[in-house]
Design a protein. Structure first.
Length: 636
């Protein structure tokens, strides 16, 4: 059925049909891919005299850090070490060199494959050894050009959709109050029985407590070399990839269900491990200060951890000390304040998870809000013989977003009306409906900026950036802080504010101020940030996960071989597939962010307004620019 056309003497001009637009986009993408393949295959590998490139290795950088050659060129790499023994393993080519001081080694190869290829140090040379890398760029860099072209086409197609279908997505959508969760786990016979058991969370805490204990012991008593220590490998090469690639995108706050950090404080409050104990909590039970009842404490603690990230990620004792300090602080706050004040207001990881859980499908809601309104005894807040009141001090009857629930499942046990549902909704559903908040907007800016700075410093070839971030005691550390804070608190917020201001001017929006639009548009950055963290983690995991088998056999670096894997040789995982995975992640983040942007602005743009698609150009361009920056860092 054809869409109605506005009537009037000067109606809107004829626009291309959406089907034609999609066909044109598909044709453009196909031609781009075909052209890329023809250009790559057309280049012949001609035997020429090798081009000699001398690389000097010194902790923790190569000089030159970036090498550019042409496809088909024969290259001779000469590696020299200026201080200690260094290695050079070139991904994508069978080049693996080891150089000791005062002696050079060399290898020849033909640069037959276009794109970006990292070379990494293979000999443990100090705390920043995992980040010692350089780049070989084989021109023409078709993977980068194609990824940027696809991102541009995606952005143009989005603007074309706004132009041809300004009312797209507004019809047939259920009101928010009628949208429920699918695949309710509480209604399932097996999972429902499990979630109602008092021992459910305790049984998850116990193994995680053991892991935390092992990490702390290994951090303080094991090898000081990060890639030989269980604390570094288990936390940053196993736990963090699991979080960034699976738990947060799918499960949202699922980690909070099993996190061992708040467990001792909660047990002390209750004076019980599993059962429900009646009486006053073992705590001063102070209320959290009203002026701190926001997201700023978590924003500050996240920035503090980000500022020390290079030290924490490379020094086992620093990782152990950080986790132990979190556990001690959580315990002390539990004895002073009500509920889980540390989790709700202080924990930097909880703040990170809370933000990106807005994009996750798993959540907890009530089945019928009317049932909650009519039930005057709020067992879910007060508790009853079946369980405690919500440790997060949240009333399930008004929960409308994933970030406000820690999925502890106490309300599942205490609700006498069986009105709690735990299930799945459309990914990113929460992002399209939330009212903008300054503290949450800055949480978005800070986490996105941190992913950008981490990619620059840890994965980039620039040794001076690593030197800046290596230690707070070094002179360049102030420059690293300026970079982190400048991008987090000025560059990205300023660019977002400029896009909101231009949108308001171009669309002649009267129902919202530029500040309100700025806060609203920040939620479109959440999917981009989530997928940028995923792409960053893929790179990190690819390079460092190969250390895991050896460290599991020798967790303290004492020469053990518990599982027979202590001599496993390091080799990067899936290096050939990595650029494609990163491109897919960033393009998905861009498409998702544009979708959120469209849903948040559709009520502000009149369907017959010819300036509607023009007004969308600034915020769409911002999303494209951020995506293109990450693509350049990953592939360029």
């Amino acid at each position: 059925m054809a869409a109605p056309v506005a009537s009037g003497p000067a109606g809107p001009p004829t626009r291309p049909r959406p089907g034609l637009l999609r066909a044109a986009l598909l044709l453009a993408v196909s031609l781009a891919a075909l052209g890329t393949g023809i250009a790559v295959l057309a280049r012949e590998e001609t035997p020429t005299a090798p081009r000699e490139i001398v690389i000097n290795a010194q902790r923790f950088a190569y000089d030159p850090p970036v090498i550019r050659v042409n496809q088909g060129e024969r290259v001779r790499l000469v590696l020299r070490s200026l201080d200690v023994t260094h290695g050079l393993a070139l991904e994508g080519y069978e080049v693996n060199l080891i150089a000791v001081p005062s002696r050079e080694v060399q290898a020849e190869f033909v640069a037959s494959k276009p794109g970006k290829f990292r070379f990494r140090c293979t000999q443990t040379c100090g705390n920043l050894h995992p980040f010692m890398s350089g780049n070989l760029i084989v021109e023409p860099n078709w993977p980068l050009r194609l990824s940027l072209g696809l991102a541009g086409l995606l952005s143009i197609a989005f603007l074309g959709l706004v132009w041809t279908r300004p009312d797209a997505g507004t019809s047939g959508r259920q009101p928010r109050s009628q949208q429920g969760l699918r695949l309710d786990l509480v209604r399932n016979r097996v999972t429902g029985w499990l979630l109602r058991r008092r021992a459910f969370q305790f049984s998850l805490f116990l193994p995680m407590m053991l892991v935390l204990f092992l990490v702390v012991v290994a951090g303080f008593r094991g090898s000081p070399v990060g890639n030989h220590n269980l604390a570094i490998i288990l936390v940053w090469m196993a736990w963090w990839p699991l979080m960034a690639l699976v738990l947060i995108p799918v499960g949202g706050r699922a980690w909070c269900t099993v996190c061992p950090i708040p467990a001792p404080g909660e047990w002390a409050q209750r004076l019980a491990l599993v059962g429900k104990r009646e009486g006053r909590p073992f705590s001063l039970a102070w209320r959290w200060p009203a002026f701190l009842h926001n997201m700023w404490p978590q924003n500050i603690t996240f920035l503090a951890v980000a500022a020390l990230s290079t030290v924490v990620l490379t020094t086992p004792a620093a990782t152990a000390a950080t986790l132990l300090s979190f556990a001690v602080l959580a315990f002390l706050l539990a004895l002073m304040f009500r509920e889980r004040s540390f989790c709700q207001h202080v924990c930097p990881v909880g703040g990170f998870i809370g933000l990106y859980s807005l994009a996750a499908p798993l959540g907890l809601r009530v089945r019928d809000a009317e049932v909650c309104r009519n039930h005057r005894v709020k067992d879910c807040l007060q508790g009853n013989p079946a369980g405690y009141g919500c440790p997060w001090a949240e009333y399930p009857g008004t929960i409308e977003r994933n970030s406000h629930c820690g999925l502890c499942m106490e309300c599942v046990k205490t609700c006498p009306q069986d009105n709690i549902a735990v299930g799945f909704q459309s990914p990113g559903h929460d992002l399209a409906h939330l009212a903008g908040r300054v503290d949450e907007a800055y949480r978005t800016f800070i986490t996105l900026a941190s992913a950008l700075v981490y990619t620059l410093v840890m994965l980039g070839p620039w040794g001076f950036l690593k030197a800046w971030a290596a230690s707070p005691l070094r002179p360049g550390y102030a420059l690293y802080m300026a970079l982190l804070l400048g991008i987090s608190l000025a560059v990205i917020p300023g660019a977002s504010l400029g896009a909101a201001y231009l949108f308001k001017r171009l669309a002649s929006v009267t129902g919202a101020t530029a500040r309100q639009l700025w806060l609203s548009f920040s939620y479109a950055l959440v999917p981009v940030g989530l997928l940028a963290w995923a792409a960053f983690t893929l790179t990190f995991f690819s390079a460092e996960a190969a250390y895991l088998p050896a460290v599991l056999s020798d967790p303290l670096g004492r020469g053990w071989d518990l599982w027979g894997t202590a001599d496993t040789q390091w080799a990067p995982l899936f290096p050939q597939a990595l650029p494609y995975l990163q491109t897919a992640a960033m393009l998905l983040g861009l498409a998702w962010g544009l979708s959120v942007l469209r849903r948040r602005t559709e009520v502000l743009l009149a369907p017959q307004d010819q300036r509607a698609w023009i007004a969308m150009v600034p915020p769409a361009a911002l999303l494209f620019a951020i995506t293109a920056t990450f693509l350049w860092l990953f592939l360029g």
